[in-house]
Write a protein that binds this ligand. Structure first.
Ligand SMILES: Cc1cc2nc3c(=O)[nH]c(=O)nc-3n(C[C@H](O)[C@H](O)[C@H](O)COP(=O)(O)OP(=O)(O)OC[C@H]3O[C@@H](n4cnc5c(N)ncnc54)[C@H](O)[C@@H]3O)c2cc1C
Length: 411
């Protein structure tokens, strides 16, 4: 039976990073990656709209963990050891320069995910790591001090230490369940909200630089701020994607039917907007209401919300009643929508849920139940919001697991 020092199950970001860092830390170890499909790093390839958002420009671990709806507490220590700075340095040392965009997302300077794929695959080859494709692992057992791994078809191999980096693939969960680890139910995260509302009908493409949105489900409520985008199907943009992540479980529980209250003017309160509107009424009395947009939001939105509130296009500020302006202020700053379903966000997608965090030692990403078994990336119950945080979780866990495995294999 073939025997490895460190066998990684799953050829994605976390698996590659673990194998590479193990092999680089202790050259000479026999390290292998077994991948079920005919292709490795397929998510890296399609990530970030084909550009791969590798990490985020955020170097304070206490700030960084705030971007993880699940796992923030547990990631604080690991991020002190291997965070975005170490990721930037690692890729630079391996020939990939990263650049930062205005919103903090970091991409390869080539703007191509292929650069990252080539880098990782090249390093695997250089370090003599065995890469086996179409190798679907069906069961893993620990017998005495060894892991016995059975592939589809019946072939068996052995390993002294083993890494589970099977992501969110269903054939990965099956292996985990048989190992006896507790699984937290998997739900999608990072999606847009499907909303059918007359206000949004004529406004696809309209965006707001800083809105605030509150999600209310039957069990919890969440508030997020940030850019907001109206789409053909409802609402998208960073504020919505963050809400979808923080409310992933609650939204799944209520089958993606929930109330959403949007403040299109960010933090502006209804009373303050009312004062602004009353000033317009004084100063622009003879002008049409539709021609003077006092909002930060675009004119198209101003016209649409006036129409929704029943203002005729030619109505003058002088003719607007206090009651009408009060109602308008209330709706702009707290517009009630009904979410009727989950939409898609093509640039990034992640699964909330996975192996229970309480069963993982986050100093080394090692199982607390089975010594020598490591796990990192999307297979564990950790996920981040959009912006490079999910790959950072994979790099951090992969690095610490790989180094720990290399250390435990020290003669
Ligand atoms: C469209 C899209 C875009 C994204 N863009 C970004 C982005 O720009 N930035 C970001 O931070 N995150 C992004 N993400 C999220 C990110 O891709 C994931 O969080 C990350 O890839 C997780 O890495 P992983 O190694 O844990 O799992 P995966 O990349 O899913 O790799 C797991 C691998 O294990 C294999 N496997 C599973 N079970 C078995 C088995 N039993 N035997 C053998 N092999 C097995 C699978 O085939 C797979 O290749 C994106 C995700 C998607 C879907």
């Amino acid at each position: 039976m073939k025997k490895y020092d460190f066998l990684v199950v799953g050829g994605g970001a976390a698996g590659f990073f673990a194998a590479l860092n193990c092999a680089e830390h202790r050259p000479g170890l026999s390290v292998a990656i077994y991948e079920a499909t005919p292709r490795v790093l397929s998510k890296v390839k399609i990530s970030g709209g084909g550009r791969c958002n590798v990490t985020h420009y955020c170097f304070d671990p206490r700030q960084l963990i705030r971007h993880y709806p699940r796992g923030s507490k547990e990631l604080l220590g690991p991020f002190h050891k291997f965070g975005p700075q170490q990721t930037i340095d690692w890729f630079k040392a391996h020939g990939v320069e990263l650049k930062v965009e205005a919103d903090g997302r970091m991409f390869p300077t080539t703007d191509s995910s292929q650069t990252v794929v080539d880098c990782l695959q090249g390093a695997v080859q250089k370090n003599g790591i065995e890469l086996r494709l179409k190798a679907l692992v069906e069961t893993i057992e620990k017998i005495d001090d060894e892991f016995i791994v059975t592939l589809k078809g019946g072939e068996q191999v052995a390993a002294k230490t083993l890494m589970l980096a099977t992501g969110s693939a269903s054939f990965g969960w099956n292996v985990v369940k048989k190992l006896g680890h507790k699984l937290i139910e998997a739900n999608p995260s990072l999606f847009t909200f499907e909303i059918d509302h007359p206000l949004l009908k004529g406004l696809p493409g309209v965006s707001f630089p800083m809105a605030s949105a509150e999600l209310r489900s039957t069990t919890a409520s969440f508030v997020q701020e940030g850019p907001l985008l109206i789409t053909h199907w409802g609402l998208s943009g960073p504020a919505v994607l963050r809400l979808s992540a923080f409310g992933a479980r609650q939204l799944a529980e209520c089958n993606y039917q929930a109330e959403l209250f949007v403040n299109f003017e960010g933090r502006l309160k209804s009373d303050d907007l009312y004062e602004i509107l009353m000033r317009c009424k004084d100063q622009d009395a003879k002008k049409k209401i539709s021609s003077v947009n006092p909002l930060q939001g675009p004119r198209r939105f101003w016209e649409a919300i006036l129409e929704f509130c029943g203002f005729s296009p030619n109505k003058l500020w002088a003719d607007a009643t206090k009651k009408e302006l009060m109602k308008l202020s209330e709706l702009v700053t707290c517009f009630p929508f009904q979410i009727i379903g989950k939409g898609v966000f093509k640039e990034e997608f992640v699964t909330a849920g996975g192996i229970a965090r309480s069963e993982i030692d986050f100093r080394s990403f090692q199982s607390k139940l089975i010594p020598g078994l490591y796990m990192a990336g999307e297979v564990i119950d950790v996920d981040g919001i959009t912006g490079g945080f999910n790959f950072q979780n994979a790099w951090t866990g992969g690095y610490l697991a790989g180094i720990s495995a290399a250390e435990t294999l020290r003669p």
